[in-house]
Design a protein around this ligand. Structure first.
Ligand code: SAM
Length: 270
């Protein structure tokens, strides 16, 4: 059993994997890239010569200092000593207050202890049309969950939120030995092509997000019970409930299209 590293610091030592991650972003010669958790710079060193602008967000002060020194002669690389969850990615699109870039690309071997929080943070930015794609490494089980279709056991709220905001492709999986220190889990690199589905589903983004959060609030409850807890009355639910949706269904079995249908008809009745 390996020692649990602080801040999810399992550094990637498989050079071929670093290359495959950088390659998975495609042509970034004109792009602004944000790297989450650059660590000692295993991926950063490959990105810097390839992209137009690189922002690295590193929470560990010693690592941030190390990278600031290493990239001191690369004016297009900025190392931010910051928590990614507190970072306003919108700010990174501007230099001296001037908007200098289109949607951002995101890359990172994520700190696994906050993977879900980072994804939700990215989705909030993606809803504003500010992200193009992300290539991110996460624990294999989480990657399997976000790519799972509704109705299978892996599907849950994180799958729904991810698939609402992006098309997901699981690219490749690495064993613990690709890292130092090795984590206790396998890791998968995932590509997210951001393309929010709100318009296609005919729903208002913030309200539908809130509705989804309420629908998945308690895992063991049915969708209908979760919505009652969120304040919908039995009459409202009965009037709005689509005919092709079983009354006792759990949210984990409901495709986003049906969730949107229910949301739209509930909003007509309330
Ligand atoms: N990219 C490096 C690599 O592949 O070797 C390091 C990856 S390591 C799994 C995760 C990195 O995220 C560490 O450098 C860690 O210090 C950093 N980190 C942890 N929590 C963070 C946070 N809240 N915001 C930004 N970086 C964070």
């Amino acid at each position: 059993m390996s020692k649990k590293p602080k801040l999810g610091q399992n550094f990637l030592v498989d050079e071929n994997a670093c290359l495959r991650i950088a390659d998975a972003l495609g042509d970034i010669s004109q792009r602004t890239v944000v790297e989450i958790g650059p660590g000692h710079g295993a991926i950063t060193g490959l990105l810097a010569p390839r992209c137009a602008r690189l922002h690295c967000i590193e929470f560990d002060p010693a690592l941030a200092r190390e990278l600031t020194f290493r990239f001191r002669n690369d004016p297009h690389v900025t190392i931010h000593h910051a928590d990614i969850l507190e970072t306003d990615l919108l700010q990174l699109r501007t230099d001296n207050g001037e908007l200098t870039t289109g949607p951002l690309d995101v890359v990172g071997n994520l700190p696994y202890y906050i993977t879900s929080d980072i994804l939700l943070h990215l989705f909030a930015v993606a809803r504003q049309g500010l992200l193009a794609r992300a290539v991110v490494m996460m624990q294999r089980e989480v990657a399997d969950r976000i790519a799972a279709p509704p109705g299978v056991s892996d599907y849950g709220p994180l799958s729904a939120f991810t698939q609402l905001h992006a098309q997901v492709t699981n690219l490749f999986t690495l064993p613990p030995s690709a890292f130092n220190p090795p984590p206790d889990v396998y890791s998968t690199v995932v590509r997210l092509e951001f393309a929010s589905r709100f318009t296609e589903l005919g729903v208002e983004p913030e309200a539908f997000n809130k509705f989804l959060r309420a629908s998945f609030a308690q895992k063991r409850k049915t969708l209908s019970n979760n919505l009652r807890n969120a304040g919908y009355t039995p009459t409202q639910l009965a009037e709005a409930w689509p005919q092709d949706l079983a009354p006792q269904v759990r949210s984990e079995a409901v495709p986003l299209e049906q969730m949107a249908t229910l949301f739209r008809s509930l909003n007509k009745t309330v």
